[in-house]
Design a protein around this ligand. Structure first.
Ligand SMILES: Cc1cc2nc3c(=O)[nH]c(=O)nc-3n(C[C@H](O)[C@H](O)[C@H](O)COP(=O)(O)OP(=O)(O)OC[C@H]3O[C@@H](n4cnc5c(N)ncnc54)[C@H](O)[C@@H]3O)c2cc1C
Length: 606
């Protein structure tokens, strides 16, 4: 049985960065180099890579080297070592004390005896174990192949060079997911496949199911890079990146959605749930998205009947809308891409480790699991907060930082709790735009955008820089997003959130310049109040607007004395009865019981 100081299970971002960080730390003269073993179910050509490339550069038909690493070490997105060298298969082979067991899946762990069983029937032992098994694409009701390992997903489809073994196998009628470069290879094949026998499916759109950032990136890259492909996106709510605690509000989402529609004809089907695949054998009359029933005869036999079932059975998807009349709609598809979330690869860990109900491995502030000497990092981990709640952070930055943190713990025995503040980004290829988010965002936050309102009047929206601030119920800025920010602006994001600045109100924040809030997050923090002091609204537009909410009749220009106390309270006043009586006496000198807008505004602002 082989023994290692450190065993890492997983071959993705977390594993790659752990190797990088351990090697960097172990090179220091004060530490000794631990023996390190990476167990990865990915093929030997494919050591840990930067996964975000899968939905970006790897989807470009003319850049196959971004999907197939052989002979392309300088271009393939390998994780790089601390000195900037791509960590290729040769790097793993030639580095002392480093072993990469590719094509190898960990099947179970004996925590008591500190051993890992592998699908090769080998057992290896560890001193420290790091779980970095990530997650796999979620599948709706059997729409596609479910698998956590390369072998389960691609063994019959791709040869060892990641080339599709039989080109006829891919293209029309395939449900796809997007998790690794094998998936992008298949998708590119589907995107670029031209059928010359005039099948009806040629004219059907590519259907993308999902409203997260993988779906958004996939829609943009497919629609922009393949002129003849129409794209329809099915959203189960009303906008991209929305839903409970979503990072985009409708206005932000529209910025992207409208550009996709206007520039590339992308169509959106909102508030629909996909209930299953539309079987290719099914014929008859069906309701379509456009209303009237469409009559479809059986699709002619296709060329690829030898390929796996999940890649031939699909004629499109079946949708349920909100109304009873909208159930069972058939949406024909040239092929379908599902981007509907992910689930953690943790089943093989059994019951001896504390997990959340969704299967994430619970870790403390040091990424330690409930078993001693066992850590979990990246997408498979859920951090347990002081109040017992758990948070997942399925983004590349978290996987990298957790890896660096654990490397510090195991090589240098540091115990500084990991900073959980999320940071993530998306690059929407095709629109050539990117956004970066730092901080927290949940359903209690008000999202205040700056610089976005008049984007449609801009000739070059792609060059527009705008921001969004996430203000919690206590009026504190807890998150910030920048679209097309400069490097300098992006570097300001952590500082803006860490300032913990209170804003006096969100309307005022909206009126600020983006750069001034980035430079000084406390710009709108109200001063400390003395006894009997209050923050009175001093913005003319705001005073006018609040006044009109209390007018006797809409637009009449006056309010009754009876509502003045409430009106002043809405503007920030916190007066006692005597002060209020004096104010009313000054405002309604004639005692008629009414106060005009001009009179009130002049008095209030003076
Ligand atoms: C298409 C796509 C685009 C993305 N784009 C962005 C982006 O733009 N910005 C961003 O912030 N985040 C992005 N992410 C998220 C980011 O890539 C992940 O958060 C990150 O990869 C997580 O790293 P990980 O090591 O936990 O898991 P992964 O990188 O998924 O690696 C898990 C590895 O474990 C292996 N494995 C699983 N089970 C076993 C087992 N039993 N034995 C051995 N090996 C096993 C898998 O084969 C895989 O190699 C994207 C994700 C995807 C899928």
């Amino acid at each position: 049985m082989s023994s290692y100081d450190v065993v890492i299970i997983g071959g993705g971002v977390g594993a790659g960065y752990l190797v990088k960080e351990v090697l960097a730390k172990a090179n220091s003269p004060d530490t000794s180099s631990p023996t390190l073993c990476v167990v990865s179910s990915d093929p030997s050509l494919l050591p840990p890579m930067e996964r975000p490339a899968v939905s970006k550069g790897s989807m470009l038909a003319d850049k196959p080297f971004l999907r197939n690493p052989s002979g392309n070490a300088d271009k393939f997105p390998y994780v790089k070592s601390a000195s900037g060298e791509p960590m290729t298969p040769e790097f793993y082979e030639s580095t002392p004390n480093l072993t990469l067991l590719s094509n190898t899946t960990a099947t179970s762990i004996d925590f008591e005896n500190k051993t890992v069983s592998l699908n090769t029937n080998e057992i290896i032992s560890y001193n420290k174990l790091i779980l970095a098994t990530g997650s796999r694409a979620r599948i709706i009701n059997g729409c596609g192949a479910e698998g956590s390992t390369w072998d389960e997903l691609h063994s019959t489809d791709l040869d060892p060079q990641h080339q599709i073994t039989d080109k006829r196998k891919w293209g029309f009628g395939s449900p796809h997911t997007l998790r690794d470069v094998g998936d992008s290879e298949k998708l590119v094949s589907a995107m670029t496949r031209v059928e010359d026998d005039d099948q009806e499916t040629c004219y059907w759109p590519v259907v993308i199911v999902g409203g997260g950032f993988v779906a958004m990136e996939a829609a943009a890259v497919i629609a922009s890079k393949c002129e003849d492909l129409h794209v329809t996106v099915v959203l189960n709510n009303d906008h991209f990146l929305g839903g409970d605690g979503g990072v985009f509000n409708k206005e932000m989402s529209e910025f992207y959605e409208r550009q996709l529609s206007q520039r590339f004809g992308v169509r959106f089907a909102r508030n629909y749930t996909v209930t299953g695949l539309w079987d290719k054998e099914e014929t008859g009359k069906f309701c379509s998205l456009d209303g009237p029933a469409m009559d479809l005869k059986k699709t002619r036999e296709r060329q690829f009947d030898t390929c796996p079932k999940q890649f031939t059975e699909c004629r499109g998807v079946i949708l349920d809308g909100v109304d009873e009349a909208d159930k069972g709609i058939r949406l024909p598809a040239r092929f379908v891409v599902f981007g509907v979330g992910a689930k953690p690869n943790s089943e093989f860990l059994g019951e001896s480790l504390d997990k959340t109900s969704s299967g994430h491995v619970k870790v403390d502030g040091n990424c330690q699991t409930s078993q001693s000497d066992v850590y979990a990092i990246g997408d498979v981990a859920a951090m347990v907060g002081e109040d017992g709640t758990t948070t997942t952070n399925a983004h590349v930055d978290a996987a990298r930082k957790m890896a660096a943190h654990v490397a510090g713990s195991i090589v240098e025995e540091q115990q500084i709790p990991y900073n959980i503040t999320p940071y993530f980004y998306s690059f929407v290829m095709g629109l050539n735009q990117s956004w970066k988010f730092y901080g927290k965002c949940d359903s209690s936050c008000t999202i205040v955008t700056i610089g976005l309102s008049d984007w449609e009047a801009t000739e070059t929206p792609g060059e527009l820089t705008w921001g969004a601030f996430y203000v919690n119920a206590d009026n504190v800025i807890v998150g910030v997003l920048l679209n097309n920010g400069t490097k300098e602006m992006n570097e300001q994001l952590p500082r803006v959130v860490e300032a913990g600045a209170v804003v006096i109100n969100c309307k005022k924040l909206k009126k600020c310049e983006l750069q001034e809030v980035l430079d000084d997050p406390h710009l709108l923090t109200p001063p400390e109040l003395g006894l009997g002091e209050f923050h009175a609204e001093s913005d003319l537009d705001e005073v006018n607007e609040v006044f009109s909410q209390y007018e006797k009749e809409v637009g009449c220009g006056f309010v009754e004395v009876a509502v003045v106390a409430e009106l002043m309270q809405a503007l920030g006043a916190d007066w006692d009865g005597v002060e209020l009586k004096d104010a009313i006496a000054a405002l309604d000198e004639s005692g008629c019981g009414f106060i005009t807008k001009d009179n009130f505004v002049n008095w209030w602002l003076s």
